[in-house]
Design a protein around this ligand. Structure first.
Ligand code: FE2
Length: 355
């Protein structure tokens, strides 16, 4: 099967071609977003910014109509996502100023825009290309809402329970609005004293939300307990095992998955495959093993067929993921070579282009 992406040198790019992955500057800034349809002007810009090549979405296997439909679905998703993130940013400003969560607004967001985003096929894959360091806290809230909703659906939850998980994901970090900005946005490691302040956010969030007296118990527990770990190593209370409610276990998995796949100020983004490995390593003592298994199984299905960029610059399709060791996967390059990747393999995945 032909790969859906191909690298073109800038001179070969024609107007109408679609950029397959974000074009990033040397310092990681997004210069052109994935999905951009090239015009003469954007091709000139790309050359002026010093790019030698770009990855183009080809997908020859599908007709123009399907390609256009996918593209417009993707653009609709992106637009709704950006709008939601900016509303969450306003809500956080409001919380910081008035020390009160605009709950009606958050519930409305959760039941409308966020449920639509959660129901979009391919939503988890789309999130990987929508990263913006300045908006980290707000994007993270939106992402955790979407991932928690998707995970809840994978766990077989009904509509109401899933809606609660989306809301809990959206609200899980509202307490961060009470953390001083110089700590919240500190570019680098926090000192132990700063970490102590930061770790209060789950309790701050819970206290603010509890006052409203309208939220379901599992939403409140999701906020309060999302940093608790089954072996007692979490915070704020060091709860163990059965004292940590299922909603908090869902948020914990979503939170870890999103935090690790995001660009952080002080750490390069990891590919979903590294994250899968980390989740697998933590699932037996810290996280809910049966939920993690369902999450990982679904992710595996999701990522087989994904196009990735290898460390030698070649593009390849993931054709097999091992059930036993999650970091071992087999890819087929655009020139037909099958390579098994693993911890000691020469080739590594440097970027995930599409999921
Ligand atoms: Fe948190």
């Amino acid at each position: 099967m032909a790969l859906k992406y191909r690298r073109y040198v800038v001179g070969e790019i024609k107007p109408g071609m679609v950029l397959g992955t974000d074009a990033l500057s040397a310092d990681g800034k997004v210069m052109l977003s994935a999905g951009t349809v090239f015009t003469e002007a954007t091709i000139r810009l790309l050359a002026a910014w010093g790019f030698d090549s770009a990855i183009i979405l080809e997908d020859e296997a599908v007709g123009d109509e399907v390609r256009e439909k996918r593209l417009s679905e993707r653009m609709l998703f992106n637009a709704k996502y950006e709008e939601t993130v900016s509303m969450v940013r306003d809500a956080f400003d409001q919380i910081r100023y008035f020390e009160e969560v605009p709950l009606k607004k958050m519930q409305h967001l959760s039941e409308n825009a966020l449920l639509t985003l959660t129901a979009t096929p391919g939503a988890l894959g789309y999130l990987h290309s929508l990263r913006d360091v300045d908006n980290y806290t707000f994007q993270h809230s939106v992402n955790v809402a979407i991932i928690s909703g998707v995970l809840s659906r994978w766990l077989g939850d009904d509509g109401e329970r899933m809606r609660d998980m989306v809301l809990a994901g959206l609200l899980h970090d509202v307490g961060k609005a009470m953390v001083p900005l110089e700590i919240l946005n500190k570019p680098g490691q926090l000192t132990p004293a700063e970490m102590e302040v930061m770790q209060k956010h789950s309790a701050y969030g819970y206290e603010m939300l509890k006052k409203a007296k309208v939220l379901a118990g599992d939403v409140l527990a999701g906020v309060w307990q999302h940093h608790e770990r089954l072996d007692g190593s979490g915070y704020p209370r060091g709860l163990r095992g059965g004292n940590i409610l299922p909603s908090a276990r869902i948020i914990a998995i979503s939170d870890i998955y999103d935090a690790m796949t995001s660009d952080r100020i002080y750490r390069l983004k990891m590919t979903p495959f590294h994250v899968i490995k980390t989740l697998f390593e933590n699932m037996f003592d810290k996280l809910d093993a049966s939920m993690c298994t369902i999450f990982l199984n679904n992710l595996k299905d999701y990522f087989v067929g994904t196009t990735v960029e290898l460390s030698d610059g070649r593009l390849a399709e993931v054709i097999f993921m091992d059930w036993i060791s999650w970091d071992r996967l087999t890819v087929r390059t655009s020139d037909g070579e099958c390579i098994q990747l693993g911890e000691h393999a020469e080739q590594k995945i440097v970027r995930c282009l599409q999921a």
